[in-house]
Design a protein around this ligand. Sequence first.
Ligand SMILES: [Zn+2]
Length: 149
Amino acid sequence: MIEERTAQLQQCMYQYSRAIYRSVKDQIDPYADRQTQLESRRAVLEACEQTMERLATDPLYFAKPDRALFQDIRRYFPITAQAQVAWAVQQGVTAAVDFIQEQIESGLLDGGVARCRATTRKGKPCQRTPLPDRDYCPSHQHLEARAAA
Ligand SMILES: [Zn+2]
């Protein structure tokens, strides 16, 4: 059953990545030679797929996935197409994020590996495993007490 759900989810994520790719592929540098264009297309498609894959496996810890994807692919587009590509990427990624969120809320997908909810002093999410049935790791467990109070 779990395998079936995973396969279904992967299929959906694949469709989202194809949709994003289709919405931007015609904007890829039109003055590049054919070989470069093919390589750019492949790179853009791969970046879309990787983003969707990461969204599906680590949805709660992937901050600003639309910006991350745009940063990865923007060099393949002429300056005049940047705004349009950024918008298309944002639309496509938002749709995928909403879909994943629905899956999590309906309990069809867990939020990936459990991690401590705290933010480190460097502003990065804490990567440690929380205590059993808790939201925080041993070194951040004082934050839980504060949240409960
Ligand atoms: Zn922690």
